[in-house]
Design a protein around this ligand. Structure first.
Ligand code: GLA
Length: 389
């Protein structure tokens, strides 16, 4: 589907001008992300390998003299305003405004003198597609406020702060992956993140040179019970770690998986542990292949990750399973659901020449099952948060 609207940066600037009657002081962009591999490993202190999308959220902003924040969103056409009292009470600002208030809250909690601000937000990151539109919103606002206030907050400390906004102000118990991806990714690279130490390695991921492409296919599956299911998986993993006497499931070595499984009381817990431990190993194996420039060889790991999410972690739905099967049958080198689960997007690694054919095959498989047509896009690894001028 072609987007005929003006570029997202222009839309944020124009929105600012219309709402506030003057030009913004600056514009800050933060991308959505896809996770190449490493799902539900971040809150288990494990490994992830996301990359940033060329789809971005832009905040146009200017300082405001008092301690208040006013935010306009292109998506809803609403303007939300709040002051220090609402910021100080997590949950007081709700809806999309909570992500903005949460960032102000987290900055103030960390002792920063956050400037009051007017903001206008426009975005090309689809909502509810599992591409981290919320982390992109948090990161665009965070970088805008850090710059406007001249705050001293190194880039590597920003993901944790944005995650606190989401965990404590918005109330979603997510891990550190999405905020790290939107803030720390580099163009042409995937971000290998150790979620315990927060050490990163920018691993070259030059698809074009390898004659390959990544298709990201939005399944449009409605997200059902996502929050409760996510929290239940997380709690189950934490319980399993406690039963095994380790700080987190990351501490179960792949070579000792069978011994660990034998110590667990029930099949459901065993499945959770098997997914996390094998998924961490798949991330390490994928990174090793990418370091050696062997991109086309990662396909099998991607597909194995999907099987593990479907059979062990139980977070896929028929729509994403259909997309993965159809892509593989049409010749994709590997395919998997990406993100938290229960819908969202599938990614498929394909020969560039096969991209259209694989996308068409997925679309026909959906039509044959009477499902809403999916949206396929070819994406390239892009840059993290950027100040635009
Ligand atoms: C969501 C969360 C992340 C991560 C993924 C699953 O995107 O925000 O922290 O847990 O799900 O890998």
């Amino acid at each position: 589907m072609t987007d005929h609207r003006p570029d997202v940066t222009r839309r944020a600037s124009t929105g600012f001008q219309t709402v506030y009657g003057e030009a913004p002081a600056g514009r800050w962009a933060a991308p959505g992300r896809v996770n190449l591999i490493g799902e539900h490993t971040d809150y288990n202190d494990g490994f992830v390998l996301p990359f940033a999308l060329p789809l971005r959220t832009v905040a146009a902003a200017a300082p405001q003299a008092d301690d208040t924040w006013t935010v306009w969103s292109e998506l809803t056409g609403e303007t939300v305003g709040f002051g220090a009292d609402e910021v100080a009470a997590p949950g007081r600002v709700t809806g999309w405004g909570a992500y903005v208030a949460g960032v102000v809250w987290a900055l103030r909690e960390a002792g920063h003198q956050v400037p009051g601000a007017r903001l206008a937000i426009a975005s090309d990151v689809p909502l509810g597609a599992g591409l981290s539109s919320s982390a992109a919103l948090e990161a665009a606002v965070l970088t805008a406020l850090v710059d406007l206030g001249g705050l001293s907050l190194p880039t590597e400390d920003q993901p944790r702060l944005a995650q606190r906004a989401e965990n404590h102000y918005v109330g979603a118990p997510t891990g550190i992956m999405d905020q790290s991806a939107t803030i720390r990714c580099r163009a042409g690279h995937a971000l290998f993140l150790d979620c315990r130490s927060e050490q990163v390695e920018h691993v070259p991921f030059d698809l074009i040179r390898a004659g390959l492409a990544i298709l990201v296919i939005d399944s449009h599956a409605p997200h059902r019970h996502v929050d409760g299911e996510y929290a239940a998986r997380r709690a189950g993993c934490e319980r399993a770690a406690a039963l095994l006497g380790v700080p987190a499931l990351r501490d179960v070595p792949a070579g000792e998986l069978d011994t660990a499984l034998a110590r667990l009381p029930d099949d459901e817990t065993r499945r959770l542990v098997r997914h996390v431990v094998t998924e961490d190993q798949r991330v390490l194996d994928t990174v090793a292949l990418l370091r050696g420039g062997r991109i086309r060889h990662i396909g099998g790991l991607l597909t194995a990750s999907h099987a593990s999410m479907r059979d062990d972690f139980a977070i896929t739905v028929p729509e994403v399973d259909t997309a993965v099967e159809a892509a593989l049958t049409a010749g994709a080198l590997g395919a998997r659901m990406t993100g938290g689960g229960f819908g969202g997007c599938v990614l498929a690694l394909v020969e560039t020449a096969d991209a259209d054919r694989v996308a068409a095959a997925v679309t026909s498989a959906y039509a044959a099952r009477g499902l809403t047509a999916p949206t396929p896009r070819t994406v390239t690894p892009s840059t993290g948060t950027t100040r635009l001028n």
